[in-house]
Design a protein around this ligand. Structure first.
Ligand code: SAM
Ligand code: SF4
Length: 334
């Protein structure tokens, strides 16, 4: 991957934060209905032609990489429900071999894709799993796919993928499983990450059930001494080790928003809408720019322009929202 030599070409925001991370949603559709992410009936789907095509996603990735992006995380909706994802990843990796590509998935459809992902050079997978029992899985996701996800996790570990398990903690639903998930790190070389729930359910903000990182830590402390892991590349998670465990623990203060000062993330939805903060609103219609024939330089300038107006943190971004109800995370690209 060629890095821009002229530093003025690198995307930097108005607070001097170097924007090197893109979260790219490739679909708004999903095969699960997680309670914290969307209502039971799902969210209204957009026609396929309104999604950025794979070619547009490749072009967008290229523009981002030419301006300093070194990591692209594929998300959604559920990325594997969109046909052609694996082919897109193969093309992306072949074109930009040094690009760090991650995928966030519920893993229901993952197992059949693992061989090709491995051959393409994808090494890291973030898998969402909120319960270790089929019943708990059903209660949270409203679908009966626990074994599909669990089998894919086992297989991915056996194949040597670097696995992070993301668990969103919901009071009364799965907080009693916090220690069970930590126990997994005793035998498995995985990173279990506890995520504070955020108000992105596509439902009313008032319904938001918080469970703070302090409460998560308190629960873990009932059984384990958490050792801060200075060696971990931190990202947004506070990383810990447990003596003698090959796996690791992370806590993501997603609602408390303690990591904004170093946030390097841009998000693009499946519809090509860019936002510069998860708690903010869409700030740029990239699909429109692509489809009216804009050259890469114009698109890059438009991206830099919205980065010049970034909010300091997620609280400021939230305060400036015109629409107070948050969308489903599946529409934003989690
Ligand atoms: N379908 C894929 C999955 O579930 O991994 C990718 C998309 S999902 C929107 C991305 C991440 O957002 C998942 O880890 C999910 O748990 C998280 N998420 C969704 N809604 C959330 C919420 N309200 N609060 C916290 N995390 C949320
Ligand atoms: Fe689907 Fe992921 Fe949202 Fe669950 S969190 S409903 S798996 S998009």
């Amino acid at each position: 991957m060629s890095t821009p030599e002229n530093s003025s070409e690198i995307f930097i925001d108005n607070y001097g934060r170097r924007m090197n991370y893109l979260r790219l949603a490739v679909t708004d559709r999903c095969n699960l209905r997680c309670r914290y992410c969307m209502p039971e009936e799902g969210v209204p789907h957009v026609p396929k032609e309104n999604l950025l095509s794979w070619e547009e996603n490749l072009r967008l990735s290229g523009i981002m990489i030419n301006h300093g992006v070194t990591k692209i995380r594929i998300t959604g909706g559920e990325p594997f429900v969109r046909k052609g994802l694996t082919g897109f990843l193969e093309q992306l990796k072949a074109r930009y071999p040094d690009l760090n590509i991650g995928i966030t998935t519920n893993a229901v459809l993952l197992e059949r894709h693992l061989e090709r992902l491995k051959s393409a050079g994808i090494t890291s997978l973030n898998i969402s799993l909120d319960s270790l029992s089929p019943e708990g899985f059903y209660t949270i996701t409203r679908r009966d796919n626990f074994h599909d996800t669990w089998d894919a996790i086992q297989q991915a570990i056996n194949m040597g993928f670097d696995i992070k398990i993301n668990m969103v903690i919901q009071a009364g639903l799965n907080d009693h499983e916090i220690l069970d998930f930590a126990d997994l790190t005793e035998t498995l070389p995985i990173n279990v990450r506890y995520i504070e729930p955020m108000p992105f359910s596509g439902d009313l903000y008032e319904d938001h059930q918080s469970f703070s990182f302090k409460e998560i830590k308190k629960e873990l402390a009932k059984k384990y001494v958490l050792i801060p892991d200075g060696t971990a590349k931190s990202g947004v998670a506070n990383q810990f080790k447990i003596e003698g465990h090959p796996g690791k623990i992370g806590i993501i203060n997603a609602y408390s928003r303690t990591f904004c000062a170093t946030c390097s993330r841009m998000r693009v939805s499946a519809l090509g809408q860019m936002r510069t903060c998860l708690y903010g609103e869409n700030v740029l219609d990239l699909r429109e720019l692509f489809r009216c024939g804009s050259p890469d330089s114009v698109i890059a300038d438009a991206i830099q322009k919205v980065l010049n107006q970034r909010f300091k943190d997620g609280f400021e971004a939230e305060n400036h929202r015109k629409e107070k109800q948050f969308e489903s995370m599946s529409a934003i690209g989690g």
